[in-house]
Design a protein around this ligand. Structure first.
Ligand SMILES: [Mg+2]
Length: 306
């Protein structure tokens, strides 16, 4: 685990060594500087967990140092505890006004200093955990739990960004795994899940960074391809289809293969997204009804099984 660092900014050597003596433990690194200017540089470089900051120093004082720290994105979230000889209410209040989280008065009572530092370190840890959870939640809201692909809602939002912000041609591909129910019935739901994940991975490998790949629902995948020609789209669709059909699945001592069918359309900006979805669905339906394992480009309809 990463060691926590406390940055101590105080122009007095004696104060610094007292603080170090009280707080230092094997899991806590104490870094000392003697001016506000050095403190700002060290805070940006070290990203300490906490800063203990003296108020009265030569050069910029503690209040100004704190204001500078709080005005920078890099350092604004690091809690600052003022070290003050002035525990009159005005200077304490001023400390809070410039963004301090707390203060400790000199001379230190070791147990008090330890306790205050501990509380703020714990708060920081809780905050970090919350941020991590928030990030996970955000990801969960836009991705499919099984394949980790974007979900339908995120796809629709991103597609709108492409449609409205760029004037480039956009193509939509809608793929469906052929006879998926039969795979589940014959080899079990683990096999079905494995097929979904593997097909997702094959797509991810072959698609470009700017393409949006989503699990559209059940065993359907919707792909948005921006800035690409009709010919390249059809080639890419068939490449995806062929790669899937070549793959041998292995699950619970069963080996099997599967195929996919794809619908392709050029996105039409003059009609709604819903209408475009329904057009690509129509192309997919044509592929299904004409024998599966093929990609159908709708309007003009070109069938491709080569
Ligand atoms: Mg001082």
């Amino acid at each position: 685990m990463e060691k926590d660092t406390i940055l101590v900014v105080d122009d007095s050597d004696i104060i610094c060594s007292i603080v170090k003596g009280i707080l230092e433990t094997p899991s806590l690194h104490i870094y000392i500087v003697h001016s506000g200017e050095e403190g700002i540089i060290a805070a940006k470089k070290l990203h300490p967990t906490l800063i203990l900051l003296d108020i009265i120093m030569n050069g910029i004082d503690g209040y100004e140092t704190c204001q500078i720290l709080k005005s920078s994105d890099e350092t604004k979230d690091i809690p600052v505890i003022f070290i003050t000889g002035n525990n009159d209410s005005d200077s304490v209040l001023k400390g809070f006004e410039v963004g301090a989280a707390d203060y400790v008065s000199k001379p230190f009572i070791p147990e008090e200093l330890k306790a205050r530092v501990k509380v703020h370190m714990q708060n920081i840890k809780i905050q970090r955990e919350l941020q991590f959870l928030m990030k996970e939640l955000k990801e969960m809201a836009v991705t499919d739990y099984l394949t980790k692909l974007y979900n339908r809602r995120y796809f629709a939002d991103q597609l709108q960004v492409y449609v409205t912000q760029y004037m480039l041609p956009i193509f939509l591909l809608l793929f469906d795994i052929d006879n998926f129910k039969k795979i589940n019935d014959s080899y079990g739901h683990n096999a079905g899940d494995m097929v979904l994940v593997t097909v997702s991975n094959i797509f991810k490998l072959l698609l470009r960074e700017e393409d949006i790949l989503s699990r559209w629902g059940g065993e359907e995948f919707m792909i948005c391809l921006p800035n690409i020609s009709e010919e390249e789209t059809i080639d890419l669709a068939n490449k995806l289809r062929k790669e899937v059909s070549k793959y041998t699945f292995n699950c619970d001592n069963n080996t099997f293969q599967c195929t996919i069918t794809g619908g392709i359309i050029k996105y039409d900006r003059s009609i709604s997204a819903e209408k475009n979805y329904s057009n690509v669905d129509q192309a997919l339906y044509l592929g299904k009804s004409s024998g599966k394992n093929r990609c159908i480009y709708n309007d003009p309809i070109l069938e491709s099984t080569n």
